[in-house]
Design a protein around this ligand. Structure first.
Ligand code: UT7
Length: 323
């Protein structure tokens, strides 16, 4: 049977890192509060010339080089983002053009922090149905542009960046030791929309708006939702926490990550944590974490990797993939 194997990854960050102490000079906060509550030490903030599309393009170029394929080999580009360069056209189409691709198709995926998990699942569906052989999946964000810098309960949490992977159709035998995506599980529930949302948009205020979050409410639901879709992944494959080599969760808050891993009995040394360096980069956080685990030598071919995310909507999901 066909499998969608991840054959390359790449990442790009804005040039400026901003530490908690630097942030505390313009926001009523402290390094101690941010570290204790979230595990964040610094985040990257895009300059005016750095956009979701430019960061996404840079990450995509690295992923293509890492996969040793050219843009001619790609059939489809999916860009997960909630901070597009323009309301339309899609940032994916902008990146397609920047990469010099005039064939195939490109579209954006909007599932906020779960965007990368939704995009990988969609790419897998295209590959499994034979509609694409190679898909470039990008998670790219400039959340700094939609933050209310007067609201210390949100502005200290987020950062900018992009990551990308290339998925390729390869033959497997249908067992869990195949390389590629083994299973994925997506969920959403719009009844939670007012717990994490942006208070603007083309059709309501005709403005971009600012991110609003009831942090405690989000926190309350996060661990249960995350563990539910991971248990679905284990049930679908017969695999368990013991089989996992790397747990690469969405990087929103160190406490949520630790609590989820503990509830699932995933050993702390198997958890990839980058929230300390990047803050919450929404749809970019998982591919940024993937890329750092690959380049520091942790993540190797054949490893079993569990991806999960939860975010605005609410949306949440898991992907189990053998590297
Ligand atoms: O990406 C997907 C979703 N996002 C998340 O996963 C975020 C989920 N939520 C969280 O991570 C946490 O709820 C936060 C990190 C956002 C907040 O942590 P908390 O422990 O829930 O704190 P809190 O909101 O209950 O605030 C506690 C106190 C308050 O002061 P009082 O009322 O106790 O005097 C806040 O005013 O901390 C104060 N506070 C701050 N103090 C310094 C809130 N933000 C800050 C700040 N610096 N930046």
């Amino acid at each position: 049977m066909k499998r969608s194997v991840i054959i390359g990854s790449g990442a790009a960050l804005p040039r400026n890192a901003v530490s908690n102490d630097e942030l505390a000079k313009r926001v009523d906060t402290s390094d101690e509060w941010i570290r204790q509550r979230t595990g964040i030490e610094q985040r990257y903030i895009a300059d005016a010339d750095e956009t979701t599309a430019s960061l996404g393009e840079a990450a995509a170029r690295k992923a293509l080089a890492d996969a040793d394929v050219s843009i001619e080999d790609i059939d489809l580009i999916i860009c997960a983002t909630s901070t597009p360069d323009n309301t339309f056209p899609a940032t994916a189409v902008n990146i397609q053009h920047r990469l010099g691709m005039t064939h195939g198709a490109a579209f954006d995926m909007q599932a906020v922090c779960s965007g990368f998990v939704f995009a990988v699942t969609t790419a897998n569906t295209y590959i499994m149905s034979g509609q694409a052989d190679r898909v470039l999946v990008i998670g790219a964000e400039t959340f700094s542009r939609i933050l209310d810098w007067e609201d210390r309960t949100t502005c200290v949490l987020f950062g900018d960046g992009a990551g990308a992977v290339v998925l390729e159709a390869q033959e497997g035998v249908g067992l869990s030791n195949d390389r590629g995506v083994l299973t994925s599980h997506l969920r959403s529930d719009g009844s939670h929309r007012d717990k994490l949302y942006v208070d603007g948009g083309p059709s309501t205020t005709a403005t971009v708006g600012h991110l609003r979050m009831q942090g405690r409410e989000v926190f309350k639901h996060a661990v249960a939702m995350i563990t539910d879709v991971i248990e679905d992944a284990f049930a679908a494959t017969g695999l368990s926490a013991d089989d996992i080599d790397w747990f690469i969760p969405h990087q929103a808050n160190r406490r949520i990550i630790d609590a989820s891993a503990k509830k699932l009995n995933i050993a702390p040394e198997k958890v990839v944590i980058t929230v300390s360096q990047h803050g919450n980069t929404s749809a970019a956080s998982i591919p940024l974490a993937i890329d750092s685990a690959r380049h520091d030598g942790r993540l190797k071919k054949g490893d079993l990797v569990l991806l999960e995310a939860m975010g605005g909507g609410f949306t949440w999901g898991s992907v189990l993939v053998r590297w």
